[in-house]
Design a protein around this ligand. Structure first.
Ligand SMILES: N[C@@H](CCC(=O)N[C@@H](CS)C(=O)NCC(=O)O)C(=O)O
Length: 214
């Protein structure tokens, strides 16, 4: 698995899509290794040797193994010559961390997980539907805040950064959950439309064989 090129371990359509897009943006050689979270590929003892957390994304670069989508995104953007993907100035750096922490720690790890991985929160089978319903409530609140906070342009005022591909993951998940993303979140939909015009995004979607709207 470890080679000359940085290698991203990913699952199609998962949060690993964001670092995949950024790797495409960089235009330098990289390798991909696909796993299926549904089939339990991330829960094997072999996978645990690479990432004991049992999750994707994982980025392997030389001897270093990086986990956590925001950390991997930052690692990629910090490579020399990629400053254009970074926030500009101290205020934007704080805003970037604010977005990443909330999107990863609350929206993904709580709301989304309550819907798609309800069994993580309760061993009782009859609780699972209640957990999913509550997860949808949390997600609706979070999506409303995303719509309010952004103006349809890039998320940070100075331009396109590593935050934008990450936000796109959540927009696509909204579609997959059956939310009417275009109508309910028109500014966010503009952001997603802008994103899918980018060759890097088109390429990552084609490789992962996924679609924005389903
Ligand atoms: N906090 C982690 C969350 C990673 C995560 O939950 N990844 C999901 C895919 S989006 C996964 O690997 N799920 C497999 C599982 O939970 O078994 C990050 O931001 O990278």
């Amino acid at each position: 698995m470890i080679g000359e090129k940085p290698t991203l371990i990913y699952a199609p359509g998962s949060c690993s899509l964001a670092p995949h897009i950024v790797l495409e943006e960089l235009g330098k050689p990289f390798a991909l290794h696909s796993v299926s979270t549904d089939k339990g590929d991330t829960k094997t003892s072999a996978f645990a040797k690479t990432n004991p957390k049992g999750r994707v994304p994982v980025l392997i670069d030389g001897d270093a193994v990086y986990t956590e989508a925001p950390a991997i995104l930052l690692y990629l953007a910090q490579q020399s010559g990629n400053e254009w993907l970074m926030p500009k100035g101290p205020e934007e750096r704080v805003r970037m961390l604010e977005w990443f922490n909330w999107l990863s720690g609350t929206v993904h790890s709580v709301a989304i997980r309550m819907i798609w991985r309800a069994e993580y929160f309760s061993a009782a089978a009859d609780n699972l539907e209640l957990i999913r319903t509550k997860g949808h409530q949390h997600l609706h609140d979070a999506f409303a805040l995303i719509e309010e906070r952004q103006g349809g342009g890039w998320l940070l005022p100075s331009g396109y950064t590593i935050l934008d591909p990450y936000l796109l993951v959540f927009f696509r998940w909204g579609n997959r959950l059956g939310y009417d993303m275009r109508t309910a979140y028109p500014k966010w939909a503009d952001h997603a439309q802008k994103m899918i015009q980018r060759p890097a995004v088109k390429s990552a979607f084609a490789t992962e064989k996924i679609d924005l709207w389903q």
